[in-house]
Write a protein that binds this ligand. Structure first.
Ligand SMILES: [Zn+2]
Length: 162
């Protein structure tokens, strides 16, 4: 690579802001000019693209959060009743959803929270619903918002960092 300042061949070039433009310069020239900001070093177009991407990710995250469904608190009972209604024992249910018998038993006694995959398998096989939407549960919503940071908290945090 060539230094955009002096034209010398250099393996390692650094970005420097020199008289208003960002140049890729060699180590000898890196003393001149100033450290470019992130925006200046990546270029305006890339910066805008990155910012838009970040914003998209944030929005997507928020959507996922509001659509979030949670495991019902009595999931063990729901699974057990559905299994008994179908006339299955632990072993039969377990083999039908390719899980261990002990896993099914633990879930039914509410000793183990099933993961998303297991929830889906149980729901599909037993024709039950093990999750509920967060929004349909006002108690959970209020708990959630009280955990969130207020503007004051954020300001306090920012002060500490400085
Ligand atoms: Zn140079």
């Amino acid at each position: 690579m060539l230094c955009e300042m002096c034209g010398a061949e250099s393996a390692l070039l650094t970005s420097r802001k020199i008289s208003g433009s960002v140049l890729q310069v060699c180590s000898a020239c890196s003393d001149s000019g100033s450290e470019p900001t992130h925006r200046e070093s990546v270029g305006h177009r890339v910066y805008v693209a990155q910012t838009l991407q970040k914003r998209n990710m944030k929005t997507r995250y928020r959507e996922i959060e509001t659509d979030e469904s949670v495991l019902v608190s009595d999931y063990g009972v729901v699974v057990r009743l559905a299994r008994e209604k179908s006339g299955l024992d632990h072993a039969t249910l377990a083999s039908n959803i390719s899980e261990k018998k002990s896993i099914v038993a633990s879930v039914e006694s509410s000793n183990m929270r099933p993961n998303e995959k297991l929830i889906k398998k149980l729901e599909n096989f037993l024709k039950i619903k093990l999750t509920e939407n967060v929004e349909s549960n006002p108690e959970l919503n209020s708990k959630k918002s009280s955990k969130g940071l207020t503007m004051g908290d954020l300001l306090k945090q920012a002060m500490k960092e400085n």
